[in-house]
Write a protein that binds this ligand. Structure first.
Ligand SMILES: NC(=O)c1ccc[n+]([C@@H]2O[C@H](COP(=O)([O-])OP(=O)(O)OC[C@H]3O[C@@H](n4cnc5c(N)ncnc54)[C@H](O)[C@@H]3O)[C@@H](O)[C@H]2O)c1
Ligand SMILES: [Zn+2]
Ligand SMILES: [Zn+2]
Length: 337
């Protein structure tokens, strides 16, 4: 089967590999769409920590069941599915406490183990999620949407509170959307004007703020002096993460969905006087995948506008170069099969 392998940093190769063989307890999935994400770009660039090469990337998956054991969830041949790409150990303290999303041994498909940039993949049956009634384009964005939803859920976003989301990439956009669906007043901040415009159309945010401007003054204006009670950082930028404590209201929450290889430091009196709550946000849960599917079914999230670029697997390596030198307007690129 056709397989794209990231052989080493900056080098993809299209190869033929043996067809995946399904073992008992696994599902054989025909891959139909693969979302390309920041993690893949970092892996390609050699900037992903603890990454081993060669590796088959691809963790945002839309596919079709080819073979599966009879199962209680009624998943069968021909069903459209996505895959929860976070493989958990099931035994560690996090897993025992229902927080498999931050399992000690977490292995992400397409990162720690081989992913979906190939025609077929086998995955443990429990990680397959049926996505009946959704198009492949809707299914492939379930994973990045769930990451944004998890950040919103970490803060337990409430109706009418001011939520500032910094970074309007796929993850930030998803957080904006779910904060809006929770009834919050959402402020989007970015350095990129195109992305700020896109937030207004796609996530229907209440206000946008240019990150290079006088942010404190702008936040004071749009929140009428009260400042956001939740600040979600989805920039992947340590400097931005370091500034979030300044933006949050007294008694507020800060969520880091961003992941950077850097120290984040703060001046304790700033943290103390506001009695801030700082929350990490890693991956997402099965329940969050299900909620995203429900929202997609109800047309509360529009996949079409979110997917800005597509290429068939045969042209994907070539297109990857263009997707990397940010063409204007790229939000989500897909590989199709
Ligand atoms: N929590 C998780 O499990 C998880 C999963 C996937 C991605 N992530 C992380 O989420 C982050 C966002 O991912 P993405 O794919 O949306 O990234 P992206 O690069 O597509 O988007 C980031 C956005 O932030 C903006 N930005 C950068 N620096 C900024 C600054 N100083 N101020 C304001 N805006 C700024 C950029 O213009 C861009 O629009 C990354 O750090 C990524 O590693 C986390
Ligand atoms: Zn991703
Ligand atoms: Zn575990």
């Amino acid at each position: 089967m056709k397989t794209i392998v990231c052989v080493q940093p900056e080098q993809f190769e299209m190869t033929e590999t043996e067809l995946s063989v399904r073992r008992a307890g696994e599902a054989l999935v025909k891959v139909r769409r693969i979302g390309v994400c920041g993690t893949d770009y970092h892996a390609y660039r050699g900037k992903q920590p603890y990454f081993e090469y060669p590796r088959i990337l691809g963790h945002e998956i839309a596919g079709e069941i080819v073979d599966i054991d009879p199962n209680s969830r009624g998943i069968q041949k021909g069903d459209y599915v996505t895959v929860i790409p976070y493989l958990t150990c099931g035994n560690c303290v996090a897993c025992r406490n229902g927080k498999g999303n931050c399992c000690i041994e977490l292995k992400v498909i397409g990162c720690h183990v081989d992913g979906a940039m190939r025609e077929y993949i086998t995955v443990p049956e429990d990680y397959v999620v049926k996505a009946e009634g959704l198009s492949l384009e809707q299914i492939v964005i379930i994973e990045p949407m769930s990451i944004g939803l998890h950040a919103v859920n970490r803060a337990q976003v409430r109706r009418d509170e001011f939520v500032l989301v910094i970074g309007a990439g796929p993850i930030g956009l998803a957080a904006m959307k779910f904060a809006k669906l929770a009834g919050a007043k959402v402020i989007a901040m970015d350095i990129n004007e195109d992305r700020l415009r896109f937030c207004q159309e796609w996530a229907d945010v209440d206000d946008t703020i240019q990150a290079t401007g006088d942010v404190i003054a702008d936040l004071a204006r749009v929140t009428e002096g009260s400042f956001p009670t939740t600040v979600i950082d989805a920039t992947g930028n340590a400097k931005s993460m370091n500034s979030t404590f300044e933006y949050a209201a007294h008694g507020g929450k800060v969520v880091y969905v961003s992941l950077v290889q850097a120290d984040i430091t703060f001046y304790d009196p700033d943290f103390h006087k506001k009695e801030l709550t700082l929350l990490g946000s890693r991956a997402a849960t099965k329940e969050e995948f299900d909620y995203v599917i429900q929202c997609l079914r109800a047309n509360q999230i529009h996949a079409e506008a979110f997917i800005t670029h597509q290429a068939p697997i045969d042209q994907a390596i070539e297109q990857f170069q263009h997707w990397l030198s940010p063409p204007s307007g790229l939000i989500k690129a897909l590989i199709t099969l």
